[in-house]
Design a protein around this ligand. Structure first.
Ligand code: GLN
Length: 494
C-alpha cells in the first residue's frame, strides 16, 4: 500500500511512531498525481516545490515536539479557495492568471496546523454545476470510469481523494457541491452547518448558502479536518460563536436510541433501483446497530430546486459584478486597432472571461432582482425558503437526523447532460434542502449500482442531514456505519 493511500488517522500514527515523514507522504502524493492526473485531470495547479518545503518544515516541527492531528498531512484545495502566492482561478478564464494575495481563513488554519498544500483542484466555473464539466479548463474524469463525470462542483477534489492523490481535499458546498462528488466518486464529503466555518477568502457564489468542508477517505478523517477548519472568524460576520465539540470523543458513543427520519419526499419514483437497494441495505445495517427509524414528511421539498435556482442566480449576479476587467483578472482593453472606453472594458472582459453557465446565471439573477420582478421571484423564493427551513427544523425535533440518498443515480457520462442546463439543475433534487436550510449534511459511500446506460457499477452515496451545529451525530452515525461496512475502502483500479 502506498503512503498516498493512507487515511489521515493512519498517516498520523506512522508519523507519531517515526515510521514515515511528511516529506515521504508528500512525495508519494506528488508521484501519484504525476502517475494518474493526465487521465483524471483533477488538479489545476500542483505546487511541488512549495509542498516539499512545507513538508520539511512540518517534519521539523514534529521533531520539536509538535503532534497536531494534521501536522505534515498533504491535501488539495478546490480552486475557489484563496491560497497566498498560488494561482486561484475558480476554473474561470476571467481569473486564469490570478494569484491570490492572501490565504482564506480555512487555509490559514490548516497552515497553522502544519497541513501541506499540494495544489488546487478543478471545479465547475465559480462552482456553478453538478458535474465539473463547466470548468473553463476542461472536465475532470471519474477515476471509477474515465468516461463518466466525477460530480460537481468540487469534482476535482472528489476525484483526487478517490484516486489517492492526497490524504484529503477541501471543497465548497452551496447546493450539494461537496456531497455530490463525494457520492459519485465513492468518498466521504461533509457540508457543515452554515456559519460553522469561515467563508473569508472563498470566491463567493451564493453567500447565503456557501460553506467550505472536507472530502476524505473516512468519516473519522472528516471529523478531524472539520475540527480544524471550524470556528468563529472576525472576517466573516456569519460565523457563529458556537463551541466546536471534540468530534472524536463523540464518534465512539453507540447508536442506541438514535432516531433517524426517512423523509418520504426523498424516496421517490425516478431514483435508480440500484441506489434504492443500496440505501435500504444501509438502513438495515444501522437498524442492527440500534438506530430507530421513523417516516417523516417534508412537503415543501418539491420547491427546493425552483427556490434554489432563483436565489442562487440572484446572489451570483451580485457577487460576480466585481469581475469587471478593472479590479481582478482578465482585462480586455484593446483589440487590434481598437481601444475601449470603460463600459467596453466591462462588457468585453466579462464577455470573454465568463463561460456560458456563469452568463446564464448572471442574466437569470439580474432579471429576477429587477424592479417589478423582485417581489414576484426573489422575495417569494425567500419566503418559500423559510418554509423549507421551518419544515426541516420541525422534523428534526422529532428525530435526531434525516437519512436520504445523495443522488437519484450514480455518475452519468461526460457530455450526457451538459447541453441541457435544466436537466443538470434537476441533479440537485436531494441536496438543495440542507443548503437552503443551512443544515449540516454528509455523504458516505454505501454501495455500488449499475448506471442506467449499462457500464460497470459506480459508487452510491448515502446522505445524513443533522440539526443546526449537529455535525457530531453525522460523524457518530457515519463512523459506526463505516466500522460495519467496507464500501469506503473500495478503490477504483486507476
Ligand atoms: N449543482 C449546484 C449548482 O449548480 C451546486 C453548486 C454548489 O454547491 N456549488 O448550483
Amino acid at each position: 500500500m502506498g503512503l498516498n493511500e493512507l487515511t489521515i488517522l493512519e498517516a498520523n500514527k506512522l508519523l507519531a511512531e517515526g515510521k514515515t515523514t511528511s516529506v515521504d507522504l508528500t512525495k508519494a502524493c506528488l508521484n501519484r498525481i504525476k502517475e494518474v492526473d493526465k487521465k483524471v485531470k483533477a488538479c489545476l495547479t500542483v505546487c511541488e516545490k512549495e509542498a516539499l518545503r512545507e513538508a520539511k518544515f512540518a517534519d521539523e516541527r514534529r521533531k520539536n515536539g509538535e503532534t497536531d492531528g494534521l501536522l505534515g498531512i498533504p491535501y488539495l484545495a478546490k480552486d475557489n479557495i484563496l491560497t497566498r502566492g498560488v494561482k486561484t482561478t475558480a476554473a474561470s478564464k476571467i481569473l486564469e492568471d490570478y494569484i491570490a494575495p492572501y490565504d482564506a481563513t480555512i487555509i490559514k488554519k490548516l497552515r497553522k496546523a502544519g497541513a501541506v498544500l499540494l495544489g488546487k483542484t478543478n471545479m465547475d466555473e465559480f462552482a456553478h454545476g453538478a458535474s465539473t464539466e463547466n470548468s473553463a479548463f476542461g472536465p475532470t474524469h471519474n477515476p471509477w470510469d474515465l468516461a463518466r463525470v466525477p460530480g460537481g462542483s468540487s469534482g476535482g477534489s472528489g476525484a483526487a481523494v478517490a484516486a489517492d492523490m492526497c490524504l484529503f481535499a477541501l471543497g465548497t458546498d452551496t447546493g450539494g457541491s461537496i456531497r455530490y462528488p463525494a457520492a459519485f466518486c465513492g468518498v466521504t464529503g461533509l457540508k457543515p452547518t452554515y456559519g460553522r466555518g469561515s467563508r473569508f477568502g472563498l470566491i463567493a457564489m451564493t453567500s447565503s448558502t456557501d460553506v467550505p468542508g472536507p472530502l476524505t477517505k473516512t468519516v473519522e478523517d472528516a471529523a478531524i479536518v472539520q475540527r480544524f477548519i471550524s470556528g468563529v472568524d472576525k472576517n466573516d460576520a456569519t460565523t457563529v460563536p458556537e463551541a466546536v465539540p471534540d468530534y472524536h470523543e463523540e464518534l465512539h458513543k453507540d447508536l442506541d436510541g438514535i432516531k433517524i427520519g426517512l423523509p418520504k419526499e426523498y424516496f421517490i419514483a425516478g431514483t435508480d433501483q440500484g441506489v434504492t437497494e443500496a440505501i435500504d441495505r444501509a438502513i438495515d445495517v444501522l437498524k442492527k446497530m440500534g438506530a430507530k427509524f421513523k417516516h417523516v414528511s417534508l412537503p415543501s421539498t418539491k420547491y427546493g430546486i425552483p427556490v434554489y435556482y432563483i436565489i442562487t442566480p440572484c446572489e451570483i449576479s451580485s457577487n460576480l459584478a466585481r469581475f469587471d476587467g478593472i479590479k481582478y483578472g482578465l482585462s480586455v482593453e484593446k483589440e487590434k486597432n481598437n481601444s475601449y472606453n470603460l463600459f467596453d472594458i466591462y462588457a468585453k472582459s466579462r464577455g470573454q472571461g465568463f463561460g456560458p453557465e456563469a452568463k446564464r446565471r448572471i442574466m437569470l439573477g439580474t432579471y429576477a432582482l429587477s424592479a417589478g420582478y423582485y417581489d414576484a421571484y426573489y422575495l417569494q423564493a425567500q419566503k418559500v425558503r423559510t418554509k423549507i427551513k421551518e419544515e426541516m427544523d420541525e422534523a428534526l425535533k422529532e428525530v435526531d437526523c434525516l437519512l436520504t440518498p445523495t443522488s437519484p443515480h450514480p455518475a452519468f457520462k461526460l457530455g450526457e447532460q451538459s447541453a441541457d442546463p435544466l436537466k443538470m439543475y434537476l441533479e440537485d433534487i436531494f441536496v438543495t434542502g440542507a443548503s437552503l436550510a443551512g443544515l449540516p449534511a454528509i455523504s458516505i459511500p454505501c454501495g455500488f449500482a449499475k448506471p442506467h446506460d449499462g457500464g460497470h457499477e459506480m459508487p452510491v452515496g448515502l446522505q445524513i442531514i443533522g440539526r443546526r451545529f449537529g455535525e457530531s451525530i453525522l460523524f457518530r452515525l457515519g463512523a459506526h456505519y463505516q466500522k460495519a461496512t467496507d464500501w469506503h475502502k473500495k478503490k477504483s483500479n486507476i
